[in-house]
Design a binder for this molecule. Structure first.
Ligand SMILES: *Cc1c(COP(=O)(O)O)cnc(C)c1O
Ligand code: SF4
Length: 347
């Protein structure tokens, strides 16, 4: 067993075990995890600085997950856009390949809460062949995103099998991997895994860091190893109430990510998913946060703010409004410091 597999197998998955490390109401936690599983490894647990702090909230079950009844299981209608079980085809030229529903840890805010960790699924055998055949038949698909669950939960052989199979398809130009593992279990990023990724370049890898407390010596080392092997790194973060919903926290996160060669890519407004309503942040607040970031840190450190529209409308970028008014090609604009300027547009 490799070291990361050992750490993973020692994960806390029940309330009795958790109560040895954190003061919790066991009965309440049991009720939540009956519905939404818990998995916290000792590395991530060690990042907790205080009860109800940003790391705690992301991994320790909360009674609100079952008490708040608002929301839908699948507001984005991902199931509707799945021509086969393991694949979401929402945009013509790119598909999401769901290789497993298991993760290295279960995040309380997960947008695929309806299915992660429940009834183990791994894409293999005939199911995998079917997915690759689908991609092969759809010649317009030039970008395949390996997602889940978390693809890096699987072993190196499986990952190489996916990459190899996708690289055999001529029209697949880029392969992306979406994974929270560099954050939850950086020990998983081994030299052997990096060697595999390097072979199948270009690989675009989106990490999922939500708070600067997740940036540690170990996660920095893991991401450096990926970058050194030619993997292009981006980060998708989710705006989470009580975790990172203020400009100072995000500025620290984004600047920290740049230092480890990760470009912040997307910042998501939380989806209206049942069981995650205590994390929701309003669009108004999200725009205010963006207004306090744009102009106040490096442009390369500012992600697109994204609202994934309900019922499968797709991702829509949102930006604070800098145009006050325009008339006859004369624009009245707001600067990042909220001063008013005029601009005469070309004909
Ligand atoms: C987010 C997403 C993608 C990728 O979108 P990009 O904007 O290209 O990063 C593709 N398919 C589905 C179903 C998605 O949800
Ligand atoms: S790792 Fe990703 S898919 Fe898995 S629980 Fe966390 S957010 Fe959801």
């Amino acid at each position: 067993m490799e070291k990361w597999q050992q750490i993973l197998s020692g994960s806390i998955m029940d309330s009795a075990n958790l109560s040895k490390f954190a003061k919790i109401d066991k009965k309440k936690i049991d009720k939540v995890i009956e519905k939404y599983p818990m998995k916290i490894n000792h590395y991530y647990l060690s990042l907790i600085k205080k009860k109800n702090g940003p790391i705690w909230k992301q991994c320790i079950p909360d009674a609100l997950e079952i008490e708040l009844r608002a929301g839908e299981k699948d507001p984005l209608l991902e199931e509707k856009y799945s021509p086969i079980e393991s694949l979401i085809h929402r945009y013509e030229d790119r598909v999401l390949l769901l290789v497993t529903n298991l993760c290295t840890g279960y995040c309380r805010f997960c947008t695929r809460k309806r299915k992660v960790g429940i009834k183990e699924k791994v894409l293999e055998g005939k199911g995998a062949q079917k997915a690759f055949r689908y991609i092969k038949r759809h010649r317009k698909v030039r970008d395949v995103i390996i997602s889940g669950g978390d693809p890096l939960f699987l072993d190196d052989e499986k990952i190489e099998y996916y990459l190899k199979s996708l690289r055999r398809i001529k029209h697949v130009q880029i392969i992306r991997i979406d994974s929270r593992t560099p954050c939850l279990l950086p020990q998983r990023i081994t030299p052997k895994l990096c060697q595999i990724l390097k072979k199948y370049a270009p690989i675009y890898f989106n990490t999922h860091f939500n708070h600067s407390q997740e940036i540690t010596e170990k996660s920095i080392k893991a991401c450096n190893m990926l970058a050194d092997n030619g993997v292009v790194l981006g980060n998708q973060a989710v705006l989470l109430a009580g975790v990172n919903d203020d400009p100072h926290t995000l500025k620290r996160l984004f600047e920290g990510l740049l230092m480890m060669r990760i470009r912040p890519y997307y910042l998501y407004i939380p989806d209206a998913v049942k069981g995650t309503y205590h994390f929701r942040v309003s669009v108004e607040r999200a725009l205010e946060i963006m207004r306090n970031l744009i102009g106040y840190t490096s442009g390369v450190g500012i992600p697109h703010l994204i609202l994934d529209l309900e019922h499968g409308g797709g991702k829509t970028p949102l930006l604070p409004n800098y145009i006050i008014e325009h008339k006859n090609r004369r624009y009245k604009l707001k600067s990042f410091e909220n001063r008013t300027f005029h601009y005469d547009d070309v004909k």
